[in-house]
Design a protein around this ligand. Structure first.
Ligand SMILES: CC(C)(COP(=O)(O)OP(=O)(O)OC[C@H]1O[C@@H](n2cnc3c(N)ncnc32)[C@H](O)[C@@H]1OP(=O)(O)O)[C@@H](O)C(=O)NCCC(=O)NCCS
Length: 203
């Protein structure tokens, strides 16, 4: 059975088991500052192992997807508590990946950069008052139709229910469309180059 009938309005829903392979593909297809990163990586899953997979695995209730008649068209993955999430990754996520991707000498590839990252994750302190963080990616066919805003506000509502005061994220400075989007959504520059927003945006 199809996920939606042709012509159906896309649906925003929380993550379900089985969504992850399509999310991994979207992560790669939007992974070069918002554009297709397929040509950059030899291993098509490495980028999502770092920036997508751990989030729904750690807390499925804070991952959201947009479904349309062609399938999964975008997602938001996030955590309510970045410090606790980093500790969870250290215990439950990185060890298996380190065994699968041993750290070899720097061969100048983008893959090596990600393998270096999973062996030595940065553990940045979250900006004070903004403990949550997120990653959001929509396929081109669903960009510019309000789904990014809906995903962010649904995530913010889930955080508000948990009493989380604010969220942050980091953006590749080359990704000027995303910077404009976050500005429009009420994110402002915070500590250490992060963009921050209270869960309820300022009026
Ligand atoms: C960035 C992204 C998440 C934005 O989602 P989107 O669905 O395209 O954006 P929306 O349609 O929800 O736009 C929300 C608001 O931002 C504004 N906006 C979005 N993109 C904009 C742009 N490039 N320039 C100016 N304003 C923009 C919209 O006009 C809209 O304003 P309004 O709601 O007040 O009318 C999406 O385009 C995307 O996934 N891009 C590729 C992957 C990516 O770059 N991810 C972010 C990595 S940090």
């Amino acid at each position: 059975m199809r996920a939606c009938d042709p012509g159906d309005v896309p649906e925003l829903r929380t993550y379900r088991t089985g969504d992850l392979p399509a999310m991994y593909r979207i992560c790669l297809l939007t992974g070069d500052a918002g554009r297709d990163a397929t040509a950059l990586y030899r291993d098509p899953d490495l980028l999502a192992h770092v920036y997508c997979g751990p989030y729904p695995t750690a807390d499925p209730s804070l991952s959201l997807v947009v479904m349309d008649d062609e399938g999964l068209a975008g997602y938001l993955v996030g955590t309510a508590d970045s410090a606790a999430f980093a500790a969870w990754e250290d215990e439950h996520w990185w060890p298996a990946l380190r065994a699968r991707y041993p750290l070899g000498p720097d061969d100048g590839t983008a893959d090596h950069g990600l393998v270096e990252l999973l062996h030595h994750p940065p553990h940045d302190e979250p900006p004070t008052g903004y403990p949550a963080h997120l990653h959001i990616d929509l396929l081109p066919r669903r960009q510019g139709q309000g789904w990014g805003r809906r995903l962010i506000e649904a995530f913010a509502a889930a955080l508000a229910e948990r009493g989380v005061p604010g969220m942050h994220l980091r953006v590749d400075p080359r990704n000027t469309p995303a910077l404009a989007f976050y500005d429009r959504l009420g994110f402002t520059p915070g500590e250490d180059g992060a963009l921050v927003r209270p869960v309820s945006p300022r009026p």
